[in-house]
Design a protein around this ligand. Sequence first.
Ligand SMILES: [Zn+2]
Length: 207
Amino acid sequence: MGSRGPRAAKSRWLHHQRVKGKVIQASGFPRGFVLYLLYQSISYMKQPLDPRNFAHLFFAGRSRITLVNTKRETHIRLKIKEKRERVNGKLVGTGRFYLYTSILNDGDTGWQYAAVFFKDTYRYRLGADHQQGSQIHRVSQFVYDALKSPEILTQKGVELHHEGRCCRCAMPLTHPDSIQLGVGPDCIHHMPESFFIDLVQGKLTLV
Ligand SMILES: [Zn+2]
């Protein structure tokens, strides 16, 4: 099913809904489809995330983001986890985010440590196993460039997709708004205002 990709899902985003006796075409996920998604755990059958939120999602804490290159029909999976340390008995974030990539697309195996990213500058340090100019290096550099200038995602036809789990706590997302944003209803309170301002305005600008 995973090979169907986001394109295959596109036609499902519009569905017909009866409002005050009239059948209208509605956007968003019908409830049954959300449940279907949940049970099937299908990763890619959803709308792309807002590319302007890339840095917010990348540095949310426990994200899994798939970069889908719609022009070349390729994708790369990213797993990003913040290093946490115990300070006075409490676990606190360190601002260092470990990036793992799965380029081979072989399910949950094949994750490779790529680089550590620093939230304050977006800079990264490539893992010692990787050569300059290697594919992992190019991926890390692309991530850095996209964190700095998310518009390059749109320019290069790269869509962001989460995997149905909250980018902050990794719990499954169930509410359509949460699915659209990539962050659950509890974690949304920990995201900066700029993250969900479009939702507040009742409009999500999707590319
Ligand atoms: Zn969460």
